[in-house]
Design a binder for this molecule. Structure first.
Ligand SMILES: CC(C)=CCC/C(C)=C/CC/C(C)=C/CC/C(C)=C/[C@@H]1[C@@H](COP(=O)(O)OP(=O)(O)O)[C@]1(C)CC/C=C(\C)CC/C=C(\C)CCC=C(C)C
Length: 593
């Protein structure tokens, strides 16, 4: 039947490609399209002459009644389509499995790599050189080793080239993110090939094959072809990721990055001397990711949905917010709180209020005023694209937090509970969380749509502040017990009074039916604010909309768990959302954005 080969695509390769597209679509970014398109073109151009040579030299053949007919340089169009769809399938496997990775962190081995990476690269290069030479030997020897030799002498030089360019980066990546995108499509295509060979859709001519089969009727040459070509595709994608990471991670080298870096920028990135890489910044990014992972499962999961410089700046913003909050929270006295907030305000003054002509030495100030662990969070805060006012207000919110703390004063009569009423609660939420929402939106606009209409910007700012308060209310509702243990009660004193309680009662007994009722009242307010702000998220630029909705919904899911259950799993005293449910929330957000 003339459609046998075409049916192989219709039954096996196209369905898998469609399935992977459905899975990957919400996380695909413009840079991914650049990567996949480039790889498809490169694969097509590199395979065409090689494939044509093998067909014309009768290494393999197609019974006329298995192909539709049109050929290019002797290659059936179904085969040409195979070049494209195999590259596409393997690329999607790689992109899906690599999405959680934060690629800039893997640039740290570009200079003075660990011994095993340096050696691993040399060993890898040695293996690829040996395989290439052996392939050439088989070709020269002719006979049964010809087909295998042609595969090796063609594929492994390309693999050697890409591994030479990105070997340290590839070896630095977690093994599953490179091995699985090679092995999964390879095994799948082995099975497809086995079926096709078994049906006679194509045939490998004797005389130029070794006659060994990996299993069934799958010739060892065919198995080697799919393994080698998928290795080439993954190496090629990793080369892209290495140079994209350089573009995104180093603003001093690439001050502005379009929504999708251009091929010229990739070439520039490749030609850079690695001595220009700011590895101190990479270490700072590593500190920020570690802080995010340790402190917030909600935002740590959500961060992997973002891409490029927006992802980097959100992580850096989180790191600063968390650091500032911890400096104040960990203070042992009101004087210490005032000292930290004064230093943080001065840090902001030096950035926003100093004479541009007399730029202060920020590194010196940070080193003198803050502990070494704080340096990277302060140094790399992307102040150039963040508005000042929300940052000052954030520090003000942390100062409000400190009013709760009596720092061990003997008499509880001095005890202050500043959240006296709902208005104060809202003000507090605006300061510590509404500001964060506004700062997130500022980054999104800068990176995704700087020329956004002013009216849209204003609507997003207002909605982001409201959403921030909603998340803060969920945070408070979740942490009533934890906060009470710290002597803090964020439930408004007026609410407590209506329920016949005082803040001291809540500190003494932060659970029970009355507290539960107040928790639900606060959650009702949180979901009211959320419901008003959520529709405005549709105006967020498309590449950030799904991830930002994912971040917000993951956090609001904490509130849903609290509302659904009277009893919930506590982790360090905090109600937690099961991992499967957090993942389900994120996936629902990005697939329905
Ligand atoms: C994806 C990613 C990395 C996002 C980063 C978001 C970010 C910068 C968060 C900073 C959070 C933070 C540490 C702020 C300091 C004050 C504080 C603790 C606020 C509370 C956050 C809880 O963070 P935590 O790390 O403690 O998380 P856990 O509770 O331990 O799980 C708050 C609850 C406030 C968080 C508020 C926001 C993130 C703003 C939300 C609003 C938006 C994202 C804007 C949405 C846009 C529109 C148009 C509605």
């Amino acid at each position: 039947m003339a459609y046998d080969y075409a049916l192989v695509h219709l039954k096996f390769t196209i369905p898998l490609a469609l399935f992977l597209t459905a899975i990957a679509y919400p996380i695909l970014h413009r840079t991914h399209f650049l990567q996949i398109t480039s790889l498809v073109v490169l694969s097509f151009v590199a395979t065409l002459p090689w494939d044509s040579y093998l067909i014309r030299n009768k290494i393999w053949s197609y019974p006329p009644d298995t192909i539709i007919g049109p050929r290019l340089y002797g290659i059936p169009m179904e085969e040409l389509f195979f070049f494209v769809i195999q590259t596409y399938i393997t690329s999607l496997f790689y992109i899906i499995l690599s999405k959680p990775l934060f690629h800039p962190l893997y640039l740290q081995n570009q200079r003075n790599p660990p011994r095993w990476i340096a050696r691993g690269k040399l060993i890898g290069q040695g293996i690829l050189i040996a395989l290439t030479l052996y392939g050439a030997h088989l070709v020269r020897a002719g006979g049964p080793g010809t087909y295998l030799g042609l595969i090796m002498a063609w594929a492994f030089p390309f693999a050697l080239l890409t591994f030479t360019v990105a070997g340290r980066f590839i070896l630095s990546l977690p093994l599953p993110s490179t091995a699985l995108p090679v092995l999964l499509p390879t095994i799948y295509l082995w099975l497809v090939d086995e079926l096709a060979l078994g049906r006679g859709t194509w045939a490998i001519e004797s005389g130029t094959k070794l006659g060994f089969c990996l299993f069934g009727v799958l010739e060892i040459e065919e198995a080697t072809f799919f393994l080698a070509t998928n290795l080439l595709i993954v190496f090629g994608l990793a080369v892209f990721d290495q140079y994209l990471a350089v573009i995104f991670a180093f603003p001093h080298l690439f001050p502005t990055v379009p929504r999708s870096p251009t091929p010229l920028m990739l070439v520039e990135s490749r030609l850079l001397d690695k001595s220009q890489y700011d590895l101190e910044r990479i270490a700072g990014l590593s500190d920020a990711v570690l802080r995010l992972r340790r402190k917030s499962r909600s935002f740590y999961l959500a961060n992997s949905l973002f891409t490029g410089r927006l992802r980097i700046d959100l992580i850096l913003l989180y790191s600063f917010c968390r650091l500032a909050d911890d400096l104040v929270d960990d203070s042992q006295s009101r004087a210490e709180v005032r000292s930290w907030t004064a230093k943080l305000n001065k840090f902001l003054d030096l950035h926003y209020k100093s004479d541009p002509k007399a730029k202060p030495d920020m590194d010196l100030y940070i080193t003198e005023a803050f502990p070494p662990s704080a340096k990277s969070a302060l140094k790399y805060l992307p102040v150039a694209i963040l508005p000042a006012e929300p940052l000052y207000q954030l520090i003000e919110g942390f100062e409000m937090d400190s009013q709760f703390d009596d720092y061990g004063k003997p008499s509880s009569s001095d005890k202050v509970f500043p959240i006296t009423n709902e208005e104060r609660l809202n003000r507090y939420g605006q300061c510590v969380a509404g500001t964060v929402g506004e700062l997130c939106v500022a980054l999104i606009i800068e990176h995704c749509e700087p020329d956004m209409p002013a009216a849209t910007k204003q609507k997003l700012r207002a909605a982001s502040r409201q959403m921030g308060v909603a998340l803060q209310y969920v945070n408070i509702a979740r942490d009533i017990v934890v906060d009470a243990e710290m002597g803090r009660v964020y439930l408004p004193t007026t609410w407590l009074k209506e329920a016949g309680l005082t803040p001291e009662d809540v500190v003494a007994r932060p659970s029970g039916p009355v507290i539960e009722k107040l928790r639900r009242r606060l959650l009702t307010e949180a979901f009211k604010l959320y419901a008003e702000a959520r529709p405005e998220m549709d105006a967020i630029p498309s590449e950030a909309r799904g991830p930002m909705i994912g971040a917000v919904e993951t956090y609001m899911e904490i509130g849903r768990v609290l509302r659904e259950k009277d009893e919930f799993t506590l982790r360090k005293g905090k109600a937690t959302v099961p991992a499967w449910r957090r993942l389900r929330t994120v996936l629902a957000a990005i697939y329905t954005k």
